[in-house]
Design a protein around this ligand. Structure first.
Ligand SMILES: Cc1cc2nc3c(=O)[nH]c(=O)nc-3n(C[C@H](O)[C@H](O)[C@H](O)COP(=O)(O)OP(=O)(O)OC[C@H]3O[C@@H](n4cnc5c(N)ncnc54)[C@H](O)[C@@H]3O)c2cc1C
Length: 408
């Protein structure tokens, strides 16, 4: 990024050192570990402890609660810089950490003060403590933001008032950190008669809540050091003060979604940067046809294509992150654009990287295919590409885009 503040330059330096000294050597030495089918043991505790030591685990937590508070005027840009650096080392590790930042932003905006005190203290004290944000259900996810603001499209997870609190029944799927989080934000329908923008509420749900079952860990294609999980709620009671927003939770979560899209694109960029680094290194050292690869013009062209795509993503990311920090009117549109653009461009960058490695590009122990797998995840995470495109056009033409399909 251009024009970094002193704080951002320092944070980028310490993240880069952490990735070069700890994360990349760990990943290279332990390439089988991703495939350990016991999710608890996949990422050793000392990696999150080391992340904690450089102060990147509790970003977004207010300083008064012991967190690392970034300058608000450039907070989203700072998130982007750090997320990119960490994902350059490992995208799954970055996923684990960024959920903490994003949910912390939500909590500091929406949770009552005594619950902020309680949960921020737990998060700050325990380097392994993780947060999760649970929206997606078997019958609905990114499409929830389409204009179908009708009861039929509402969440199936239901919360009903009872005994001074709420009883929640339903399930959530594909939740980042869902398998091992200590605290969840859960969205549920609280008014089946209205559309989701008016009938969806959000709740804080501690892991130990009776009626909450962490049903399984999903074995994902990429980003495997983040344990993605499925949750089931059966007559789960949460006290009244655990309600974050009643009715308009989707709209109020805007404080989460703009930085969320930026962080998604930034992690994606980090994967692309790493793919370029390993490809450039290989092309300058591996000999085929009597010369190092880069001397072959077809190889050199691929590197140019990779670098151009990476720079284009970076440029849009800077612009969108700046718009989010400034609260610009087009921030939502730009945030969706960069999340979408990064996922498709970096997929292509990762494809070039594996192709430039030939057979080695397909071998698990060589490690390059991991970048290809990690890049593929971004096409599906935090909205599909089609839904993202639709959100973009809808934000530009709210009255007309996509309305033809309905009755006049
Ligand atoms: C690694 C990973 C981490 C994730 N983390 C989280 C998380 O932390 N929290 C969370 O809540 N969710 C999370 N998700 C879920 C993610 O947001 C959804 O997978 C994504 O939004 C797509 O929803 P879906 O899987 O239900 O696909 P579907 O909505 O079933 O989509 C299937 C296909 O249909 C299309 N489609 C669906 N509805 C429409 C429509 N109305 N109009 C046109 N086309 C449509 C889609 O574009 C897609 O091509 C995660 C997913 C992954 C893969």
């Amino acid at each position: 990024m251009t024009g970094l503040t002193e704080e951002q330059t320092m944070m980028r330096r310490s993240c880069r050192d952490f990735v070069d000294d700890v994360v990349i050597p760990f990943i290279r030495r332990n390439w089988q570990r991703e495939w350990d089918m016991k999710p608890e043991g996949r990422l050793p505790d000392d990696i999150l402890t080391a992340a904690d030591r450089i102060g990147i685990r509790t970003l977004g937590v207010p300083e008064e609660f012991g967190g690392v508070e970034l300058d608000k005027a450039s907070e989203v840009r700072s998130f982007a810089i750090i997320a990119e650096e960490i994902a350059r080392g490992d995208s799954g590790l970055a996923d684990k950490l960024v959920q903490n930042w994003k949910v912390s932003v939500l909590l500091r905006n929406l949770a009552p003060r005594h619950l902020q005190e309680k949960w921020f203290a737990r998060l700050v004290a325990d380097p392994q403590f993780l947060l999760a944000h649970s929206l997606t259900e078997p019958r609905g996810a990114s499409d929830r933001w389409l204009p179908y603001d009708v009861p039929d499209a509402a969440m199936q997870t239901r919360a009903v008032r009872a005994n001074g609190g709420w009883v929640i029944n339903g399930r959530k799927q594909f939740i980042s950190n869902g398998y091992d989080a200590g605290l969840y934000v859960v969205y549920a329908n609280t008014d089946p008669k209205v559309g989701m923008t008016r009938g969806t509420s959000s709740f804080l749900v501690p892991r130990e809540t009776a009626g909450l079952t962490v049903a399984r860990c999903n074995e994902t294609l990429g980003c495997r050091y983040m344990n993605n999980g499925e949750l089931v709620f059966e007559d789960m009671f949460v006290p009244g003060d655990h309600l974050l927003v009643e009715g308009s939770a989707l709209g109020k979560a805007g404080v989460y979604f703009q930085p969320g899209k930026i962080i998604q694109a930034a992690k994606n960029l980090g994967v692309g940067v790493r793919a370029f680094e390993v490809a450039a290194d290989y092309a300058q050292n591996y000999v085929q046809g009597g010369r190092v690869l880069i001397r072959h013009q077809a190889v050199a062209l691929r590197l140019a294509d990779m670098a151009t795509r990476i720079e284009a993503v970076r440029a849009l990311l800077e612009r969108a992150a700046g718009a989010a920090d400034e609260g610009a009117a087009n921030a939502d549109t730009l945030c969706n654009m960069v999340k979408l653009f990064a996922s498709e461009e970096i997929m292509k960058v990762a494809q070039h990287a594996v192709e430039l490695h030939g057979g080695n590009g397909m071998m698990l122990d060589f490690g390059v295919e991991k970048l290809f797998r990690d890049a593929a995840i971004f096409l599906h995470m935090d909205a599909t590409t089609d839904i993202s495109r639709f959100k973009i056009v809808k934000s530009m033409f709210p009255a007309t885009a996509g309305t033809y399909a309905g009755p006049e």
